[in-house]
Design a protein around this ligand. Structure first.
Ligand code: PMP
Length: 300
């Protein structure tokens, strides 16, 4: 099948993902002048699609990027794309870039025509099964700080990933599974593609600023409310991790995942904890709950 590796929507057409190409001149590539979002499809259903689309539209607006698709067209395009791939479990990414420079005014981003594309590929796991069973071992980055929110507003999902990527390379070299970054003032922020939560004395806490407001983070906050478990969105430091009974990371690329070591020190007893296991199970249950997910329209 042509879409076995996944499919893409680009330049107004649906093509196999390996055939989807963008211009080397696109400001999305040369300036990171773009925004994106990623929504999961699990067992044939989009998880919280509306929230992803709300966030994507808000990001486009903040960057003054005019989406060439209406909300309805955007939604229909993503449904059609996933349907064409035949995937049941998919990682569905949408991007809007500034587009190519206009030769008449090559340094004026206002003169560009934004470029929308999307792709759907088999579901992506941030951590493999063995890592998840054991719990992740994370490093705290010491030599790379998360870019300031005054430079890049992290609420706008963006491809300014060099801080995350350099910190990740260092952590992987040190034998860790991944990394968490602090901002320049020592506040805990997030990692390459995920938010973080720490549990102590009955309350799950997650950093309040300089982070992407992850849809999975939001899902966990909603699940905690449903479970009558306390939650707190507040400034945090590395001490919140070292003093935690349990730690998790949250992402569309794998959901809720336990963390069992930070900087080589065990979290709690060093094994995945019961609170994390409960959250993880509930998170996946919600993927078939009509209040949290919609079936991919395979008829369009
Ligand atoms: N932080 C960053 C920097 C991310 O890129 C992501 C997801 N790609 C997240 C957090 C998690 O967000 P979500 O739960 O919406 O996938």
């Amino acid at each position: 099948p042509k879409m076995a590796q996944g499919g893409a929507f680009i330049d107004g057409a649906f093509v196999p993902v390996q055939d989807a190409k963008i211009s080397v001149l696109d400001f999305g590539l040369t300036r990171s002048d773009c925004t994106y979002d990623v929504v999961g499809v699990w067992k044939g259903r989009f998880f919280r699609l509306d929230r992803h689309l709300d966030r994507f539209e808000a990001s486009c607006e903040r960057l003054r990027l005019a989406l060439p698709l209406s909300r309805e067209e955007l939604e229909a395009t993503l449904h059609r794309l996933v349907a064409l791939t035949g995937l049941e479990d998919a990682y569905v990414s949408m991007t809007l870039t500034r587009g190519r420079p206009n030769p008449a005014a090559p340094r004026d981003p206002r003169q560009c025509v934004p470029n929308f594309y999307a792709y759907a590929i088999p579901y992506v796991w941030l951590a493999n099964e063995a890592q998840q069973a054991k719990g992740l071992a994370l490093k705290i980055a010491r030599d790379v700080a998360r870019i300031s929110r005054r430079s890049v507003d992290q609420r706008t999902k963006n491809y300014h990933w060099l801080d995350l990527e350099m910190a990740l390379l260092h952590a992987l070299d040190d034998g860790a599974d991944s990394v968490l970054l602090m901002d320049i003032d020592g506040n805990l922020t997030e990692g390459p593609g995920y938010n973080v939560f720490a549990y102590r004395d009955g309350v799950w806490s997650t950093p309040d600023t300089n982070v992407l407001e992850g849809i999975t983070r939001g899902a966990v906050l909603d699940l905690l409310a449903e479970m009558n478990v306390g939650s707190s969105v507040r400034p945090m430091t590395e001490d919140d991790l070292f003093g935690a009974e349990e730690v998790i990371v949250t992402t569309t690329a794998g959901g809720v995942m336990p963390v069992t070591a930070v900087d080589g020190r065990p979290v709690g007893d060093g094994t995945p904890g019961p609170q994390a296991a409960r959250l993880k199970a509930l998170y996946w249950d919600k993927h078939t709950d009509p209040a949290w997910s919609v079936p991919v329209d395979r008829t369009a």
